[in-house]
Structures are given as C-alpha cells and as structure tokens.
Design a binder for this molecule. Structure first.
Ligand code: SF4
Ligand code: SF4
Length: 259
C-alpha cells in the first residue's frame, strides 16, 4: 500500500471517479498491497505463499476497517441490510482463487471444531445454500473467501428474490438492487492482487467454484505442496474460465478471459 493512501481521501476520490469512469483508488490500494505481499512470498515457496494468504486476509480486512471508519464513508454510503442471521446471499455460487481455497482448507483442517464442518462438506451434493451456512450464519466467517467479504446489499428482499429465488410479494416499493461499492472494491482488489503475481510468474492460480474446489482438496493435507509442484489438485470442472487473463507457464494452462 502506498504511504499516501488515506481511506477518507480515497473515498472522496472514488466518488468523483464513479462520475468520470476512472478506476477506484480503494480497489487499486487493495490490489497493490496484496500484490506486493504475495509477490514477495512467491520466491520463497509454498509455505510462504500460504502464510502470505493469511496476511492478505488480515490486510484487506484492515483496509476495509479503515474505509468504514471514515466520515466520508458514513456520509456517502447508504446503510447495508447485512447482519448476522441474514444469509440469502449464501444461496449463490461463490468464486475464489485457488490459493484462497488451499489456505482455507489448511486452516479449516486445523480448527478444533472442524469435524462436523468437514462432514457437511463431504456430504455436500451440489445443493444450495452454502454448506457453511449454519443457523443462518457463516460457520467459517473468519476464513470465508474475499468474494463473500465484499458483498453488502442495501435491501435483503433483493437478495431473497435473486439469490434464494424466493417469490417476494412486496407491497411497497420494489426491492433495490443497490450494493455498497467500497467493500466490493477492497475485496475485489484483493482477489486480483492475489492472482496477479502468480500469473506474472507463469503459475496457475485460477478462479474456482469455492465449495466443490474446497471439497476436492479438504482431505489432502499435502494439496498446497502438490499444487506448487504443478499437480492438478482441482478437477477441471470447478475452474472458472472467465476470471483471469490467459497465462501459460510451467504450471499454467490457458484461462480464457477476464470478467
Ligand atoms: S448481502 Fe443480502 S442476504 Fe447477504 S447479508 Fe447482506 S442483505 Fe443479507
Ligand atoms: S462461505 Fe460463509 S459467507 Fe460465504 S457463501 Fe458460504 S456461508 Fe456464506
């Protein structure tokens, strides 16, 4: 992250940039910070990369904490409807980078309460909602992917009708599909900051469908080392072909296009 970055000035610049079409300084700050972190870890090997992934989570959360503590955020943003007990958004498919999935699998295996969660994951048969939605709360909240972290909608009815496919009989105004841009920018910037150093190095770090990808590696304690050596630890069908630009390298396979 550059030393010039302050969340308040970035938010104010972002408000202007949404009018002029320039990129978001918040997204750029998250991208740069995570890219440097992961780029420094790459030459050190698989264990360092895994550790950097945990640091990237903390770094992005800290950036988001800075952003939402600013007067500009309080003054310029509509309140989100999100809160514990509201999990309609967990009825959709979630994307994650391969390194996120490998990190989450490693951390989840080490948790003292892992056994019932691993059982749920192994019993998962492709249905919705997410297997980690337990009593309408995320059972892996501290580990959840960046894409889950960045989603804040202003109207839960929209999430009910769109994500959970419920027929919402609204009697007042139609549900708003507005979402908060600052958290999306923080965590989307972090996603691309994770993937970019791998792609520059010619290593394959695709976007994957989170739950089936996690299920594929959860019982493989050596998955990250095997992935580092170039083994295909994820089945081809969990790969998201529209996340990152094409790359070919020593472990790389072609990825078609960037969303
Ligand atoms: S994104 Fe929608 S469903 Fe998810 S917590 Fe927020 S309001 Fe609820
Ligand atoms: S990981 Fe957690 S936040 Fe993300 S979809 Fe699953 S239950 Fe929801």
């Amino acid at each position: 992250m550059t030393t010039e970055f302050t969340a308040d000035s970035a938010l104010r610049a972002m408000a202007k940039s949404s009018q002029t079409g320039r990129t978001s300084p918040i997204r750029d700050a998250a991208f740069d910070a995570v890219r440097h972190l992961m780029g420094a870890a790459l030459p050190k090997g698989a264990d360092a990369v895994l550790a950097a992934m945990g640091e990237a989570q903390a770094l992005a959360e800290d950036l988001w904490r800075q952003v939402r503590a600013t007067p500009a955020y309080a003054l310029g943003t509509r309140p989100a409807a999100c809160g514990k007990g509201c999990g309609w958004c967990c009825h959709q498919r979630v994307g994650a980078t391969a390194i996120e999935v490998l990190y989450i699998a490693d951390a989840l295996r080490k948790r003292p309460d892992a056994a019932p969660l691993l059982d749920r994951l192994e019993a998962w048969n492709g249905g919705r909602p997410c297997v980690f939605l337990v009593d309408n709360a995320c059972a892996i909240y501290d580990l959840r992917p960046f894409k889950c972290r960045g989603l804040y909608q202003v109207d839960a009815r929209w999430c009910m009708s769109t994500y959970a496919k419920l027929d919402v009989p609204w009697f007042g105004p139609a549900p708003s599909h507005d979402y908060l841009m600052p958290p999306k920018d923080v965590f989307d910037g972090a996603v691309f900051g994770l993937a970019q150093p791998f792609h520059v190095a010619g290593r394959d770090c695709p976007g994957v469908d989170f739950i089936p990808a996690l299920k594929a590696v959860i019982r493989q304690p050596d998955a990250v080392q095997r992935w580092w050596r170039g083994d295909a630890v994820f089945p081809a069908e969990v790969r998201l072909h529209d996340w990152f630009p094409p790359v070919k390298g020593k472990t790389g396979k072609t990825v078609k296009k960037r969303r």
